[in-house]
Design a protein around this ligand. Structure first.
Ligand SMILES: Nc1ncnc2c1ncn2[C@@H]1O[C@H](COP(=O)(O)OP(=O)(O)OP(=O)(O)O)[C@@H](O)[C@H]1O
Ligand SMILES: [Mg+2]
Length: 240
């Protein structure tokens, strides 16, 4: 589905070049629920941004259904962002003067009845239908995050990217978000997520550990959450 080939990314500061990603190869498959971990500054967000067209790699290929998005035209990239992928971040921008329902609707350029119905249904399934008419300043951080997920699902993305979506949430809200992601993945949603927490990573079905600019671990997680957590404690001991 998303084949990342020889991906490198460096940042320049004056005459100095800082390599962040070095020749990374990963093949993300349909229904993967990928958990990416690595030390702070190891390049997790850079990786996510490069494979989702939010940033441009220094070299390499990011092939979505065999089409290299690095070399794609502006309109192809626009279409990829509109139709094929969505994002959830730690803090999601909401427009303060719009209701939560209108913020979810914002994801669609069209506002006909079918779209309204879809937004409502997503808000019901994310259990935020009770805050539809509230404004962002009037909802809890957990409700806000669930609205952001509803918004991200409006375009029925092939891949949902999430960069530390639970980092700003208390453990109860974080669990709610992870239960939602688990259900979505069970329904076939491909998810690529960054987290700092082994407990959160144990919800995934594939684990990638970013170290020294490349993935030192790429392993399937097929056990129970408890078994996955035990395995992750071994795999990620370098960064604990
Ligand atoms: N626009 C930029 N210009 C220069 N350096 C950058 C830029 N963005 C990121 N970096 C550097 O690239 C490295 C990787 O950053 P990145 O944000 O991808 O790390 P991360 O693994 O997501 O960290 P964290 O866990 O703290 O979010 C860091 O050393 C960072 O300082
Ligand atoms: Mg980051």
């Amino acid at each position: 589905m998303l084949e990342i080939k020889s991906l490198s990314k460096s940042y320049n500061s004056g005459k100095q070049v800082f390599p962040v990603l070095k020749n990374v190869n990963v093949d993300i498959k349909e229904k993967d629920f990928v958990m990416i971990m690595g030390e702070s500054g190891s390049g997790k967000s850079t990786f996510l941004n490069c494979i989702s067209t939010l940033d441009t790699p220094s070299s390499g290929q990011v092939c979505f259904n065999n089409k290299d998005m690095v070399k794609a035209s502006f309109s192809q990239i626009q279409s990829f962002r509109m139709n094929d992928v969505s994002f959830v971040f730690q803090e999601n921008v909401m427009i303060d003067t719009l209701t939560m329902f209108e913020n979810v609707m914002m994801a669609s350029l069209e506002h006909h009845n079918d779209v309204k119905q879809q937004a409502k249904e997503l808000m019901v399934s994310m259990r935020v239908d009770h805050v539809m008419d509230k404004f962002p300043s009037q909802v809890s951080t957990g409700e806000r995050q669930r609205c952001a997920i509803a918004r991200a699902l409006m375009n029925k993305p092939a891949i949902l990217f999430a960069d530390e979506p639970t980092a700003a949430l208390n453990p109860m809200f974080a669990k709610e978000v992870m239960d939602i992601f688990t259900t979505l993945n069970e329904q076939g949603q491909t998810i690529v997520m960054v987290t700092h927490s082994l407990k959160i990573a144990s919800y995934g079905n594939r684990f990638l550990l970013l170290q020294d600019g490349t993935f030192s671990v790429d392993e399937c997680l097929s056990g129970t959450r408890h078994e996955n957590h035990e395995r992750l404690l071994e795999l990620a001991r370098d960064i604990l």
